[in-house]
Design a protein around this ligand. Structure first.
Ligand code: OAD
Length: 278
């Protein structure tokens, strides 16, 4: 499966980054984005459901689409690939998982350090309309429980974080923050929005200082996440790709393993560390 010299280098790795995309969770029943027939973006234009502009125009439509996705996510369980990623912690002193997925499955499988570059579908936050925020005369204050903005005397002083925590992503009208009244939205990164800068710095640093990076189930179509394997390669790290199809990385990677995550990752662990998947 993997050349003996690469196996040896992997056994010596002190800091391993595992970088994942939608293909990681495909065998858990969550559709990928760009599969030509069944991918999420084959069924709907992302501009209609995954941008701040779309939410501003039709919040209910965007909310309902995320509720539908959350249905698949809440039914999904980690697959053998997620389990294998978590088992890497038994063999490598430091493992950092950097995921573009918003489904919580790495954490559910037991991975302890997970950077969620594109957020988490099950968390909510206030929708901040940046144009409106800077257009009015009154100076807005930041709502203490949702980080949205409000005019001071609009804030409900009796609402607390527990009221916000009780609100979940489920079917029905788009909920509002109990303190400031802002519309709530899933805490995911939509097109045109920046990634959390602290998280992005951590991800860049991990990729640029690790000894090896395993890139699993991503088409590498979306920046800045897609730069991570190249950042690792440029610093001399070993880069292994796992994907049933080849990508722009395949030719440059130290090894490119063609196959699905659920079958390939346990085999990789077995061939390098003699681990049998549980
Ligand atoms: P894509 O849908 O673009 O790519 C999924 C990749 O997974 C493809 O390269 C497939 O070949 C591969 N794949 C499919 N089945 C697999 C399996 N069983 N095992 C391993 N790999 C498999 O998804 P991402 O690359 O994750 O952004 O997309 C990146 C971002 O684009 C997403 O995070 C999302 C999307 O728009 C946001 O929501 C911000």
């Amino acid at each position: 499966m993997i050349a003996p010299d690469l196996q040896e280098r992997l056994r010596a790795v002190r800091h391993l980054v595992v970088f994942t995309g939608a293909g990681m969770s495909a065998e858990s029943g969550i559709p990928t984005f760009r599969d030509r027939a069944k991918g999420l973006w084959a069924k709907v234009d992302p501009a209609e459901v995954a941008t701040p502009h779309a939410f501003k125009k039709n919040p209910q439509f965007v909310w309902d689409w995320h509720v539908h996705l959350a249905d698949a996510v809440s039914r999904a369980r980690p697959n053998e690939g997620h389990a294998a990623v978590a088992r890497l912690q038994e063999f490598v002193p430091r493992v950092t998982v950097i995921t573009q997925n918003i489904d919580n499955l790495h954490q559910a499988a037991g991975s302890r350090t997970v950077i969620e570059l594109h957020g988490n579908l099950m968390r909510l936050k206030a929708f901040v309309d940046v144009d409106e925020l800077f257009s009015g005369d009154a100076s807005p204050v930041i709502c203490r429980i949702c980080n949205g903005y409000a005019i001071d005397d609009e804030l409900d002083p009796y609402a607390g974080p527990e009221d916000l925590a009780a609100i979940e992503l489920h079917a029905g009208s788009v909920p509002h923050c109990p303190a400031c009244g802002a519309l709530l939205r899933p805490d995911v990164v939509w097109f045109g929005e920046p990634l959390d800068p602290g998280m992005l710095d951590d991800a860049f640093l991990a990729a640029e200082t690790c000894d090896a990076l395993i890139c699993i189930g991503t088409s590498l179509e979306v920046e800045p996440a897609a730069t991570l394997p190249w950042r690792a390669l440029n610093r001399g790290a070993l880069v292994i790709e796992v994907n049933p199809v080849s990508t722009q990385l395949s030719q440059s990677a130290s090894a490119s393993l063609s196959g699905g995550a659920a079958a390939t990752l346990p085999l990789l662990l077995q061939s390098v560390w003699g681990s049998v998947a549980r």
